[in-house]
Design a protein around this ligand. Structure first.
Ligand code: FES
Length: 148
């Protein structure tokens, strides 16, 4: 499989890989096409306002059991999300991940979905744990799709 140099770089030396033991939120997703799994851990810095979407990602790590593309996507995703607020993080889509990596072989595009879904799920879980998910209907309504 011809991967770009950037994909290989992130696959061989993934950024932010591992577990955050005192994470405030954890999100887990599986890719229905291949059975691969991804887990995302977050640490959050709370904003002073009532808007939890302004809370910032202070630390983010991932554990991915998957192909090289899935690991590279997870790595670049965590780089992109780190320091962002939750609204910005939730809005990171698979196209942004693919752009961040330069390119992905077409048969591997679905691997980027695992990463963007994982981040959306962990944001959802955080807001649910805070008891405010009902205030953010767009995020509440997000569902991992069965096919991509
Ligand atoms: Fe499973 Fe890439 S083949 S995520």
């Amino acid at each position: 499989m011809p991967y770009s140099e950037k994909v290989m770089e992130h696959f061989k030396n993934p950024h932010n890989q591992g577990e955050i033991f005192d994470a405030v939120a954890i999100g887990e997703v599986g890719n229905p096409l291949c059975g691969d799994m991804m887990k995302i851990y977050l640490k959050i810095e709370k904003d002073n306002s009532d808007n939890r979407l302004k809370d910032k990602i202070k630390d983010i790590k991932f554990e991915t059991l998957g192909c090289a593309a899935a690991i590279a996507c997870s790595s670049i995703l965590t780089d992109m999300a780190n320091g962002k607020n939750l609204k910005q993080a939730f809005n990171i889509e698979k196209v942004d991940i693919v752009k961040g990596l330069g390119e992905l072989p077409p048969v591997k595009l679905h691997c980027s979905v695992l990463a963007s879904d994982g981040l959306k799920v962990v944001v959802q879980n955080y807001l649910r744990d805070q008891g405010v998910l009902d205030n953010y209907q767009d995020i509440k309504n997000f569902k991992v799709k069965d096919s991509h």
